[in-house]
Design a protein around this ligand. Sequence first.
Ligand code: SF4
Length: 221
Amino acid sequence: MQKSLTKLNKEIKDCTKCTRLARYIREVAKNKVRRYKDQPYYGRPLSGFGDVNARLLIVGLAPAAHGGNRTGRMFTGDSSGDWLAKAMHRHGFASIPTSEKADDGLILYDAYITAAVRCAPPQNKPTRQEMENCFDYLAQEFKILKNIKVVLCLGKIGYDTTCKLLQEKPGKFGHNKVFDVNGISIITSYHPSKQNTQTGRLTWRQWSDVFKKAKRLVNKR
Ligand code: SF4
């Protein structure tokens, strides 16, 4: 029998399969950076979140050490989360244009946010084995989310993981490309990390265009 999302999310929350990551997220939560020293850190693996009937799935890399790993929700409490929430709100996928903390009232419409890896990795670099360990959670999530028509992949790891999920050989990664795989549209985007947004590699216009395309494809399918 298929697991419920609630059961899967509980399993993810308690997961310690990757010894290095399980230790790292606890250490980050214990040895807080100065700017967040008065705040509690979540310090556990993160499940995805959003609308269980979503047609749009967003696949990121992994939670950020002082973003999701602190706030307890993916893409929350850091600049990637700010960019994501702003664009999703602008294109009708989110109730508010910000993503600051887990209880901020953000509701996703027709969209679900998840990641290739559920624990924040050092330098945002999970090992191949850690990605392998975590893949089954995405596969289970994807089975439970029955209405997905469009997958937006943030960054190359998000894209490669999505191709593995859909049993498709990855094409050349680039920004705002679309691939059709067995009735599902895959859109690729540069990740809205500070390294990309602050260097101009990913501009607001390019980022917003990805969501415009996602909206059009979701409504077309
Ligand atoms: S990265 Fe995934 S598999 Fe590894 S410990 Fe975290 S939740 Fe478990």
